[in-house]
Design a protein. Sequence first.
Length: 133
Amino acid sequence: SLSNAFAMASLPPKSQRTYNTTEQWTGEYWENPTTKKQSKIYCKQLTCNNVPGNGSTSYPHGVLDIDAQNYFDARGFVRAKDGTIYGFPRADVIGNTSVCIDRLTNTEIFILSRWENTVIDVILTIYYTKTTD
């Protein structure tokens, strides 16, 4: 069941839970519902500057051995060029301001944006498992 998908371990000290560009273990595990294999969940911050507002653009995520087929999540915010902050992902069809993850590969994350034909910055904390765990 989905409620059994996460297993908690002792969380790292608070100082190790600061969101930054250095990869760190979250203290959580992902349990693959098919294989029952548990994998550590890692996180790191990723900044995608100047995301075009009219399509899908790739950015290197810099994670070695990311398991793009197992578990992935992203949370963060969008900074418009006027400085306004919006949540991520965002789906506003009427206002023509939508942005989300298009896809993930072993080397890149693709951001899909429809943002009034202007560029935005997307600041994410990505959560993922690795093929080496």
